[in-house]
Design a protein around this ligand. Sequence first.
Ligand code: ADP
Ligand code: 5GP
Length: 189
Amino acid sequence: MEKLIIFSAPSGSGKTTVVKHLLSVMESTLAFSVSATTRSPRPGELNGREYHFLQLEDFRQKIKDGEFLEHEEVYAGILYGTLWSEVRKIWSEGKAVVFDVDVKGGLNLKRQFGDQALAVFLRPPSVDVLMERLTKRSTEVEHQLKERIAKANYELSFESQYDTVIVNDKLEETFVNCEKLVSDFLSES
Ligand code: ADP
Ligand code: 5GP
């Protein structure tokens, strides 16, 4: 069966960290769905690796052309979306697709794919810890940081709609829990 593994959580919960780890230890079975976004690249991010960085008009054209499985305005004026082309390419390589998407996008994918998809909610131990991690990451300017923190409580309310919740406290434990979760899901027929 063609499978999907969805990681959603408020910004700063550790999705990128966990997804990168899983991709490195399960390279032959998993591949990352590189989303499109209209935000600017952060230092160190490469077009086509972390995201396909698009101008707003190009993103809008792709919506019209039906190129997205789902798309959301995750932050004011900033669009993110999952491309069909990414998912098809990964499935054609015989791998399961891994997604790092916002809480609404994750549930949208789960609705579309049902048992083909495992929807994982990665939760920080507390909102205070989340704030601390986001602030330390230092990737957002002040108003963006505030917007992300303000949205966290809303996003945390989606937790119960996910297949499973992992609390990302000690990173090594999170890695082990996620590896087991994903291996078990992939071994189900
Ligand atoms: P997201 O992709 O959900 O926005 P990141 O993976 O970028 O989150 O993690 C946010 C920050 O927190 C990063 O600087 C990351 O190194 C750090 N981090 C992630 N998980 C943990 C953890 N369990 N303990 C401490 N710091 C963590
Ligand atoms: P960041 O700007 O920190 O990379 O991501 C911001 C948020 O957008 C995160 O919650 C991330 O999961 C989400 N995101 C990334 N790609 C997609 C996508 O294709 N679809 C949706 N719905 N959200 C996405």
